[in-house]
Design a protein around this ligand. Structure first.
Ligand code: AMP
Length: 585
């Protein structure tokens, strides 16, 4: 039997595996990438999960494998889940070739991974941190690698893996073939491609445009610390059939789901930590509407195919405009109307404007319901429910109980009022938290110009540092609005450190100042602080604020919402292999 794959002249045992998978026609990304990679070209594929990109790079790599060599191909992926999925695909496509594939990721036993490496592996698929660790321990030899794939490069960079990726690339032979896949192409990804790829051929697969017209998009302006209170207020009055809430980090998803559950809105988490089986179970509960709220990261929500989502909530705005579109496209499907809600801090307004110009649509600003409105809404709901039972007239048993109470001497009005009290007892689980006043700020983009993803926080950090300025990886802190100026002027004069940086005891609103137990003496550089904290605490590098390096210690500003998870990892942080503690400054 000939298949559409016969055009590539792939190894017959590969073709057999492809047929067994039931693929007959190559997808557009496969048609574009496979011939180029077979030729040995470097390729830059702009495609999302679901396009068949894994087979697009896996098949040429497997075709070119030499029997029983050293590690010949290295695939870098942002998460454990993706690394396992990609390794699985390699295994499936390469099974008749006897390809030896290993997935390497953090959190799993070193011993097992090392002993598997010692037995011989052709293709290694892993997350950058653990890969680098094994390379530095000399357990993984990548000096014979012929092809390197950077899968979901945008995701890896936004997770702060840039340094690890660069170190790994430098350890591979210069004449290697490099393939980079990314759903979006922000400046950092293009820079990485320019630096480490050789005349790459581009293949772009247009994403499907979601039918944004069917989606009602609203935003609410809130302080960062009030986002949870705002969301619970909205959940009170929104007609939520099922809601997908996007949070920035894996840890963030767990905390948010717990907090929502505690406040009377049962929620579950979908993140890269779940095993395939658990993930399926969570998704089934969501599909069957046993759980109405799912809190997810972008990575975990990829490939999620659920038709009936009434609300998408951006608890945190995505770093990238295209991801916004991708997120909201999960609602308003199958001819239904959907609602997309974004919770925006004043500092994030310019990002919202950027998204508006990207999607060429205005997002409506709406006001959060007041306490009175929610109480009124609750009263009305209660009235409606009671009226339904009054009209049905099928409450004989309850009438008998009422009769008993009347015989005991209670007034019918008092009995009814007490019964309503009992009926609404569960409202106690849903306290209506107060909201702080939101400062009005200009929605102008910070004058430093570029958007966070374009700025390349780390390299900018280096430049700032070299000039002896305060490094600040958080783009928003470069804002030059009147607010900002005032705050900066209010800083008390600090003492000079040996690095020429001035240590200031104050820090910006919404940030907590932490102290890392390594400093100038240990050769610490700002970018290492960012990548270490971003990696171990799993918070976005771009969220980290000012960094002030002193002789023995380093002060780091972290948004309040991430402080707890950053502190929880104290002792895990490593810079130049030195462990570092993190505590409140
Ligand atoms: P990916 O974008 O690599 O995550 O692939 C998405 C899904 O498409 C996976 O479940 C693959 O098994 C499947 N797939 C990949 N290539 C093909 C093809 N040519 N025909 C049918 N299904 C495919």
């Amino acid at each position: 039997m000939t298949t559409g794959f016969s055009q590539f002249d792939l190894h017959p045992q590969l073709v057999q595996a492809i047929e067994e998978c039931g693929y007959s026609i190559p997808t557009p990304i496969q048609t574009g990438i496979i011939p180029l990679m077979l030729k040995g070209d470097d390729v830059l594929g702009q495609a999302q999960t679901g396009t068949g990109k894994t087979a697009a790079f896996a098949l040429p790599i497997l075709h070119n494998l030499q029997p029983r060599g050293k590690v010949q191909a290295l695939v870098l992926a942002p998460t454990r889940e993706l690394a396992m999925q990609v390794a699985d695909s390699f295994f499936t496509y390469g099974k008749h070739l006897g390809a030896r594939v290993l997935a390497i990721y953090g959190g799993a036993s070193y011993n097992r991974q090392i002993s598997q490496l010692n037995r011989g592996v052709d293709v290694v698929v892993g997350t950058p941190g653990r890969l680098l660790d094994l390379i530095q321990r000399k357990s993984l030899d990548i000096s014979h690698v012929r092809t390197v794939v950077l899968d979901e490069a945008d995701e890896m960079l936004s997770m702060g893996f840039i340094e690890d990726i660069e170190t790994i690339l430098k350890e591979t032979p210069a004449e290697r073939q490099t393939a980079l896949f990314s759903a979006t192409l922000p400046k950092e990804v293009r820079k990485l491609a320019e630096r480490y790829m050789n005349a790459p051929q581009s293949v772009t697969i247009q994403r499907e445009q979601p039918a944004v017209a069917a989606i009602e998009q609203r935003y609410y302006l809130v302080n960062a610390s009030d986002k949870l209170a705002a969301l619970t207020r909205l959940f009170e009055i929104e007609p939520v059939h099922s809601a997908l809430v996007f949070a920035r980090t894996r840890v963030g998803t767990g905390e948010l789901a717990n907090e929502l559950t505690r406040r009377g809105f049962p929620a579950e988490t979908l993140n890269g930590d779940l095993s395939q089986e658990l993930r399926e179970r969570v998704l089934n509960r969501f599909r069957q509407n046993q759980v109405k709220v799912l809190v997810a990261t972008d990575v975990a929500a990829r490939g999620l195919d659920i038709e009936d989502i009434s609300h998408v909530v951006n608890f945190d705005l995505p770093e990238d405009d295209e991801i916004y579109l991708h997120r909201i496209g999960r609602t308003g499907r199958a001819g239904k109307n959907g609602i997309a809600i974004s919770l925006i801090t004043p500092q994030e307004q310019y990002r919202l404007r950027r998204i508006e110009s990207y999607i060429r649509q205005k997002i409506t600003r709406a006001n959060l319901p007041t306490v009175e409105e929610i109480q009124h809404f609750r009263d009305n709901q209660l009235l409606e429910k009671v009226t339904v039972w009054l009209r049905r007239g099928r409450a004989q048993h309850e009438r008998d109980i009422t009769d008993e109470l009347m015989k005991a001497g209670f007034e019918p009005l008092d009995i009814a009022a007490a019964a309503l009290k009992v009926a609404r007892a569960e409202e106690k689980q849903r306290p209506i938290d107060s909201l702080g006043v939101v400062p009005e700020m200009s929605a102008e983009r910070p004058r430093s110009g570029k958007r966070p993803a374009e700025r390349g926080g780390i390299s900018r950090g280096r430049a700032e540092h070299a000039r002896g300025g305060n490094y600040n990886s958080n783009s928003e802190k470069f804002a030059r609005g009147p607010e900002k100026r005032k705050r900066i002027e209010n800083f008390p004069a600090g003492r000079q450190t040996q690095t020429g940086l001035s240590t200031r005891t104050s820090h910006e609103a919404g940030m907590v100042r932490l102290s890392l137990g390594l400093g100038h003496k240990h050769g610490v550089r700002p970018n290492e602080v960012v990548s270490s904290i971003a990696y171990y605490a799993e918070i976005p590098g771009s969220a980290i604020g000012k960094i002030l390096i002193d002789e023995q210690t380093t002060l780091v500003d972290i948004p309040e919402e991430f402080a707890r998870q950053a502190l929880a990892k104290s002792g895990d942080y490593r810079i130049h292999k030195l462990p570092a503690t993190l505590k409140l400054a």
